[in-house]
Design a protein around this ligand. Structure first.
Ligand code: ATP
Length: 248
């Protein structure tokens, strides 16, 4: 494990009733990368995220976070505490609460403090929430109920809910599904700005979006890595062409 590597996944295998959802999968991600994972339905993307976050355990393989943390010996809550945040495709914000309260609840929950709406925030916690509101572009909406936000704004709020606890690694599933072109563009800017200081892995089907954000793209197929490289390299890769033309 080199010292710039934040995620080291090797030889992952996971079968469901004899079906190999992950088949000797290797993935190496450097600290600060913005990596995109693509692949057809059933390629294993969600299963891989489940293993990284501790939701599923593989039959075989290794998963290390940084130099020292063997994630396979840890449960989901411990992995979250290490600074790995996951965002599922559908936004799950508290619709009846304000944008600010959503971020506050998330901050308090991350600290394993029982959330109470009238809990006192320390000055540094208020600063952190303000910082996150600026990053996700929702300063004007801070006192608006989350239910009144647009779909794109809800997705950004949910990303903000992960950011309050300053994660090292963010796993984000199909962030731009259902977004307008303008929201998609704004999301590309947001994710690009988040990488560098932290590592971001994005699962996405929208190829134009992938091209706009990713330096390195990893293509999964039948539970393993079919190809990896820049979008141009991927699109001219003969294995990728064969699989995609073969399937569609
Ligand atoms: P999508 O783009 O549709 O989300 P994916 O690349 O995320 O696809 P996975 O959800 O990881 O693919 O699924 C890989 C394969 O494993 C699929 O064929 C799926 O049916 C199967 N699978 C995943 N989880 C389970 C489970 N808990 N039990 C049985 N089969 C499963």
């Amino acid at each position: 494990v080199s010292n710039q590597m934040i995620l080291y996944v090797e030889g992952l295998n996971l079968s469901f009733d004899g079906f190999k959802a992950l088949n000797d999968l290797n993935l190496y991600v450097n600290d600060g990368e913005l990596r995109c994972l693509i692949g057809a339905n059933g390629a294993g993307k969600t299963t891989l995220m489940d293993v990284i976050t501790g939701k599923s355990k593989p039959d075989a393989g290794s998963v290390y976070f940084g130099q020292t943390h063997n994630l396979l010996t840890k449960d989901e809550a411990d992995i979250a505490q290490l600074g790995i945040g996951r965002k599922f495709q559908k936004p799950t914000v508290f619709e009846e609460q304000t944008v600010f309260d959503n971020l506050e609840l998330s901050l308090k929950t991350d600290k394993r403090v029982l959330p109470t709406l009238f809990a006192n925030l320390s000055p540094s916690e208020i600063d952190r929430i303000d910082e996150v509101l600026a990053i996700i572009g929702l300063k004007q909406q801070r006192f608006m109920k989350a239910g009144a936000l647009s779909h794109g704004q809800k997705q950004w709020l949910e990303i903000g809910m992960l950011l309050v606890s300053d994660p090292r690694l963010l796993l984000i599933d199909e962030p731009v599904a259902g977004m307008t072109a303008q929201e998609t563009e704004r999301t590309a800017e947001l994710l690009t700005s988040l990488a560098g200081e932290r590592t971001v892995i994005v699962v996405e089907h929208d190829m134009e979006f992938v091209r706009s954000i990713a330096r390195t793209v990893t293509v999964l197929h039948q539970g393993s890595v079919l190809a990896e490289g820049t979008m141009d390299q991927i699109q001219s890769n003969k294995d990728v062409i064969e699989v995609y033309l073969g399937e569609e």
